[in-house]
Structure formats: C-alpha cells, structure tokens
Design a protein around this ligand. Structure first.
Ligand code: DX5
Ligand code: ZN
Length: 235
C-alpha cells in the first residue's frame, strides 16, 4: 500500500492496546483497515518507560500480515537490530541520539533487508538526518516526547514537518514521513497539510470502542484530492 497526501498510511501503535491480548489486538487493527502496526520498544534508559523486546515481536508476527514498524527507543540500539530483524520487524527506526554512528546503524538495518528509519525528538533538528537521506526509508517526527502514549500533540513540530517535506521533495527520494504522538482526527489534518504521509496513533485507535471507525476518522481527515487526480482515478 502506498501513501499519498490524500491517502495517508495509518499505523496503530500497539502501546495503547490491551497487553494481555497483544496477538488479538494486532489482528483487530488489521481487520479494521490499518496499513502498518507500530511497535514501541522502550528500555527504561533511553526513555523513562519499559515495554517489550524481540521476543514479543516474534510472538506477534504470526498474528498479522501487516508490516511491523518497530520504533526503537533504546540505547544502544545496534546490538539488538539483528534480533528485531530476525523476529520479523519490517521497518526498524532509531533515534540519532541512541548511538554515535547513525550512518552505520542505517547501513546495518538495510543490510538485513529491512526499511531503515530515523526518528526526530521534539528538540532534534532536521539536520540530524540531512546527510543520511540516501540510507533512509522513513523519517519519523515525534510530536510528543517519546516514552508514553496519551500525551498532548506538540504543534511546535509542524514547521519541522513542513521543512522535512521540502527536504524530501527536493531530494527526489521516496521517503515516508511519519508522525508519532498525539495524533487524532483533530490533529491529523494539521500534520497532513504540513506534508506527512504516515500517521501513527495509539490512544486514538486502541482507546476507541470501534477501531475501524477510529481509523476511518483519522484517514478521512486528509484533504480532498485535487480535481485532476480525482478525474484520473475515477469514473
Ligand atoms: C511514544 C510512542 C508513540 C505512542 C503514541 O513514545 O512512540 O508511538 O504510542 O501514542 P499516542 O497516539 O497515544 O500519542
Ligand atoms: Zn512510536
């Protein structure tokens, strides 16, 4: 499934799911229309919370066909990347602050046949990724401080999203621009207008009684297609 400004990818974050039923929760969002499943890996050191590791990713793998989008909030990350790849993660994203050699880390992820991502904290400038675009498949902008679900969206990050959109477009590269934190049907239109192509949402999907309705509501917040695109895609 490809993203477009009018058809954003939706990646529910399992962090807000019922942890006693993770397999069922993964399958449920697939049925509900999700594009990817976002997995928040936390070590209690890089971020002040602990979640799960490769063993849980491996256990989840048979429960869904969705691409598994692993967001590593761990430092160091390099010693664990092969384990996440073997466990079945399809995308592996790291924070530049998690190690001294981001270029080498991205090379490692790519060498394992996985899509490589760079995650920018609210205080991290876009310069952190500018010189490694050739090794980057995904750029994720944090619109909360990493560590917890259910936090308030930081609109201060909208300018960064727009700047990354320009950078990606100028590069001519097919890099997905993901937004993580505080995404709801209300905040999604702002990040989509700024140029995001993938929306990660935990509370707004897993906290809703109807996952399909919640995913549809976030997706429907995308701006309508320009007239020429509408004409060529329909009858
Ligand atoms: C926070 C995580 C997010 C989190 C988002 O560190 O990276 O993926 O699950 O949760 P919501 O959508 O509730 O802000
Ligand atoms: Zn995340």
């Amino acid at each position: 499934m490809t993203a477009s400004p009018t058809r954003p990818l939706i990646a529910p974050s399992l962090l807000a799911a019922d942890f006693s039923r993770l397999g069922e929760e993964a399958a449920a969002v697939e049925r509900a229309g999700a594009d990817w499943l976002h997995l928040d890996v936390m070590d209690g050191h890089f971020v002040p919370n602990i979640t799960f590791g490769p063993l849980v990713v491996k256990a989840l793998r048979p429960h869904t066909r969705l691409p598994l989008d692993a967001h590593l909030m761990i430092a160091p990350a390099d010693p664990y990347i092969a384990a996440f790849a073997e466990a079945g993660a399809d995308h592996i994203s790291v924070h530049p602050e998690a190690g001294p050699h981001l270029h080498r880390t991205l090379q490692l992820i790519r060498s394992l046949g996985k899509k490589a991502g760079v995650v920018l904290n609210p205080a991290t400038p876009i310069e952190a990724v500018v010189n490694v675009l050739d090794l980057t498949d995904l750029i994720m902008v944090m619109t909360v401080n990493p560590g917890f679900g259910g936090q308030a969206f930081l609109s201060s990050q909208l300018a960064k999203i727009a700047a990354l959109r320009e950078l990606i477009d100028a590069s001519g590269r097919d890099i997905i621009l993901q937004i993580d934190g505080g995404i709801t049907a209300k905040t999604a239109p702002q990040v989509l207008a700024a140029g995001a192509t993938c929306l990660i949402a935990g509370t707004a999907i897993y906290g809703a009684p109807d996952y399909a309705g919640a995913i549809a509501a976030i997706r429907a917040s995308a701006p309508p297609a320009p007239p020429e695109l509408s004409a060529s895609s329909g009858g």
